[in-house]
Write a protein that binds this ligand. Structure first.
Ligand code: G6P
Length: 363
C-alpha cells in the first residue's frame, strides 16, 4: 500500500520509522499471539528449533548486530547453542558444523547477496534446513529457505535500519521464548508483558527528541570520531549505535566492549573525544562505570545512558526500566536519534547516505 510508505509530515523516513518502533513491537506481540493470547510461532518452525543441536545465525550489517543478541536469547532462554556469523565471511570461513544444524538468516530486505550465497550452499550443497527472519514476504531469502518468520515492521525506506532492527530483536526473543517453553524450561518472565513494557519505554524515548537533539549537539557537533561502549548486551547495542552514526553522519565511530578498550583503543582517547556508555545490565554496571572513569581521566567527553534503577548523578540520559534481556530494544533508540540529529547538524542526506544502498544485491 503506497500510503504506508508516505513520509506524511515527517522530514525524513528515518524519523518516521524510528517513531513507528513502539507500534512495531505491539504489532509483533499481536502477530505472534494465538487465540488464547499466548505467544506462538509456526509449529514447523518450532519443530525445526527442537530438532536442532545448534543454530547458525547468518546476517550482515545491522541484522548481524540483531543476531548477536539473538544468540543470547536462544542460549539463555531456550538453551540451544548458537553461533553468529557475518554472511560475507561464512563461505570461505565455515566453522565445523554440528550434527543437526539449523541455519537462521536474518535480513530486513531478504535480498542481501552475501547472505543468499550462504543460503544456496546450505540448501543445495549441504542439505540443511534454513529459516529466514525478514521484513519482506516473498523476498528471495524467504522463498529459498524452508521457513520464514516475518518482522511485521512495515516497509523500511531509510537506508539506515531502525525499526527493522527493533523488530528483529523482538522476533528473536519471541522465537527463543516459545522454543524455551516448548522445551519445558523454567522461564521466570512473561515475555508478552515484558515486550509491552518495552514498547512503552521506546515511546518515552521517541518522545524525548529535544533532549536527544541536544545531546547530539553537545557531543557530536564538532567531533571527528566517537566511541560507544557497553558490556554484555550493551556491547552489542554499542556496535549498532556506532554503525548508525557512521552510516548517516560520516563520523568515524566504533563500538567496543568496555573491558577491551584498555587493550589498545584507549590510545585514541583525547581531550573532548565523545564516548557514549550504555549502562543497562546490572551485573556489569560497576565495571562499565569503571571504564567510563578510565576514559574521562584521559579527557573523554562521556555521555552515560543508564537504565532507571542503575542511574547515578551526572548520567546524561535515563531510559525507562525494562526486563534485562530486552534492554537492546530500548537502549538502541536514543543512539538512533542521536545519530539522526548529528547527521542533521552536518546537513547530511539522512535517508540516502553516500555510498550505501538499502539492499545490497552484489557479493
Ligand atoms: C545494507 C544496508 C544495511 C543493512 C545490510 C543488511 O548494507 O545498508 O543497513 O543492515 O545491508 O541488510 P539486510 O536487508 O540483509 O538486513
Amino acid at each position: 500500500d503506497a500510503s504506508d510508505i508516505e513520509k506524511g509530515t515527517y522530514p525524513h523516513y528515518m524519523l518516521k520509522e524510528m517513531d513507528e518502533q513502539p507500534s512495531v513491537v505491539r504489532k509483533i506481540i499481536q502477530a505472534y499471539s494465538n487465540a488464547d493470547g499466548e505467544l506462538t510461532i509456526d509449529d514447523n518452525i518450532l519443530e525445526a528449533l527442537k530438532q536442532a543441536d545448534r543454530l547458525y545465525i547468518i546476517a550482515a550489517g545491522t541484522s548481524y548486530h540483531a543476531g548477536l543478541i539473538g544468540k543470547q536469547y536462544f542460549e539463555k532462554i531456550a538453551g540451544i547453542p548458537v553461533e553468529v556469523h557475518i554472511s560475507s565471511e561464512f563461505g570461505y570461513n565455515m566453522p565445523l558444523l554440528s550434527e543437526k544444524p539449523l541455519f537462521i538468516f536474518i535480513s530486513q530486505s531478504g535480498e542481501t547477496a552475501d547472505s543468499r550465497q550462504v543460503l544456496v550452499r546450505v540448501k543445495e550443497e549441504l542439505g540443511y534446513p534454513a529459516l529466514t527472519i525478514t521484513n519482506v514476504p516473498g523476498s528471495t531469502l524467504s522463498r529459498e529457505a524452508d521457513y520464514t518468520l516475518l518482522l511485521h515492521a512495515g516497509p523500511e525506506i531509510a537506508v539506515a535500519s531502525t525499526k527493522a532492527y527493533v523488530a528483529q530483536v523482538a522476533v528473536l526473543a519471541v522465537a527463543a521464548y516459545v522454543a524455551g517453553k516448548a522445551a519445558g524450561r523454567e522461564l521466570d518472565m512473561d515475555l508478552k508483558q515484558e515486550l509491552a513494557i518495552a514498547a512503552n519505554a521506546i515511546q518515552t524515548i521517541v518522545d524525548s527528541k529535544n533532549e536527544l537533539e541536544q545531546i547530539a549537539e553537545d557531543y557530536l557537533k564538532i567531533a571527528r570520531n566517537a566511541f560507544f561502549i557497553g558490556r554484555n548486551l550493551d556491547y552489542y547495542v554499542s556496535m549498532e549505535g556506532a554503525l548508525k552514526l557512521k552510516e548517516i553522519s560520516y563520523i568515524q565511530a566504533e563500538g567496543f566492549a568496555g573491558g577491551e578498550l584498555k587493550h589498545g583503543t584507549i590510545a585514541l582517547i583525547e581531550d573532548g573525544t565523545p564516548v557514549f556508555a550504555i549502562v543497562s545490565q546490572e551485573q556489569v554496571a560497576l565495571n562499565i562505570r569503571g571504564n567510563v572513569k578510565e576514559v574521562v581521566a584521559r579527557g573523554a567527553n562521556a555521555c552515560i545512558i543508564a537504565m532507571e534503577g542503575l542511574e547515578e548523578e551526572g548520567d546524561r540520559l535515563v531510559i525507562p526500566k525494562v526486563h534485562s534481556l530486552l534492554t537492546p530494544l530500548v537502549s538502541v533508540v536514543p543512539l538512533q536519534l542521536i545519530s539522526y540529529y548529528a547527521a542533521l547538524h552536518r546537513r547530511c542526506d539522512v535517508d540516502k547516505p553516500r555510498n550505501l544502498a538499502k539492499s545490497v544485491t552484489v557479493e
